[in-house]
Design a protein around this ligand. Structure first.
Ligand code: NCD
Length: 338
């Protein structure tokens, strides 16, 4: 593929999934295949020009930040991970967010003054990716903006669905958990129907934690079929994929902790797993919240099973997670037209 034709170069920011078209995803998945092959065959794949990726994470992360750093390093990039900016950056001295972004990625008179060539941002406030993009001269990647979206997680999820389930068309996808605050659920609902035809969603949650009206309206406008359920009912045997998520208790700790018992009846148990077809797959964006085992979205047996070598073939969230590095390598490669 001629990289000059890449749709990613025309608009290199990754802010929200409504911005993307099927051609973005197809190009991304081809590039991911290429990254995996290059890795298997030779030294791998490296940028010729020196570039620096900066991560700016105001919220906790285990996977997204480290996989971006690993992806960048695999491509021969330099990396800077800003330490705990909520506590340690000059914002605690009253500096505006815009001035901080201008420092890291604003226009520079000379490349020698440059700190970052791309900024990966996670923040609890939903408008931060847009605000960052409005003052940055380098691409901004939204790595999670509050309860809104997490586009690159959904890139990983959709790539993983194609590889693990074997197709993107005619899938019945159940999404269960805190859909109201779960940014990975929202991003997946926007993204999957852009590459898969005949997608049908069933959103399963307590009414106070159901999928936002904005996403439902978008799906309706685009003719995507979805149902909203408060319980599993008879849906489990019909699903091709069950996407399980945790209660996002950090969004409103008091209120959401009080709702935890209301979500507990939806947790995945060995009995519920048995109701899924043998070919169905269970995804989870991780982390699984095991802090109070009886309130976790997944029973401890299933967590242990998923880590075991001879696991039930339906419990695939670590395989899903392992695509994080190559998909993010591919994204960086397309953004920089390398
Ligand atoms: C998710 C997130 O940060 O939204 N984590 C991730 O990046 N895979 C999911 C979550 O925290 O529940």
């Amino acid at each position: 593929m001629n990289p000059r034709c890449s749709p990613w170069e025309r608009f290199p920011n990754v802010l929200r999934n409504q911005d993307f078209f099927e051609e973005h995803l197809r190009a991304l998945f081809r590039e991911t295949d290429r990254m995996i092959q290059a890795r298997n065959q030779s030294e791998g794949y490296r940028f010729r020009q020196k570039r620096t990726l900066l991560t700016l994470f105001y919220e906790a992360s285990s996977r997204t930040e480290t996989t971006f750093l690993r992806a960048a390093q695999n491509l021969g990039m330099d990396t800077i991970a800003v330490r705990d900016p909520a506590r340690l950056s000059s914002e605690v001295k009253g500096e505006s967010f815009e001035d901080a972004i201008r420092t890291y990625g604003g226009p520079k008179k000379d490349d020698a003054y440059r700190i970052a060539d791309i900024i990966v941002l996670r923040h609890e406030e939903e408008d931060r990716p847009e605000r960052a993009a409005s003052v940055s001269a380098v691409p901004i990647i939204n790595a999670g903006n509050g309860s809104d979206q997490h586009p690159t997680q959904s890139f990983v999820d959709v790539y993983a669905i194609e590889k693990i389930v074997g197709r993107l068309d005619n899938l019945h996808v159940g999404i269960v958990g805190d859909l109201r605050h779960g940014r990975t659920c929202r991003s997946l609902a926007y993204l999957l129907p852009k590459v898969g035809t005949g997608i049908r969603f069933t959103f399963i949650s307590h009414p106070d934690l159901q999928m936002g009206r904005d996403v439902c309206d978008y799906l309706r406008q685009h003719g995507i079929r979805f149902d909203v359920h408060a319980e599993y009912g008879n849906v489990l045997p019909e699903l091709d994929l069950l996407y399980v998520t945790r209660l996002q208790k950090e969004r409103d700790p008091e209120k959401l902790r009080a709702l935890a018992p209301a979500l507990a009846p939806l947790r995945l148990t060995p009995e519920r797993l048995e109701a899924l077809r043998p070919e169905a797959r269970v995804f989870h964006p991780l982390p699984i919240d095991s802090s109070v085992p009886e309130l976790s979205e997944m029973t401890p047996e299933l967590c242990a099973q998923a880590r075991a070598r001879d696991r039930d073939p339906r419990l695939v969230w670590f395989d899903q997670c392992d695509y994080g590095v190559p998909v993010r390598m591919a994204l960086l490669s397309l953004i920089f037209g390398a």
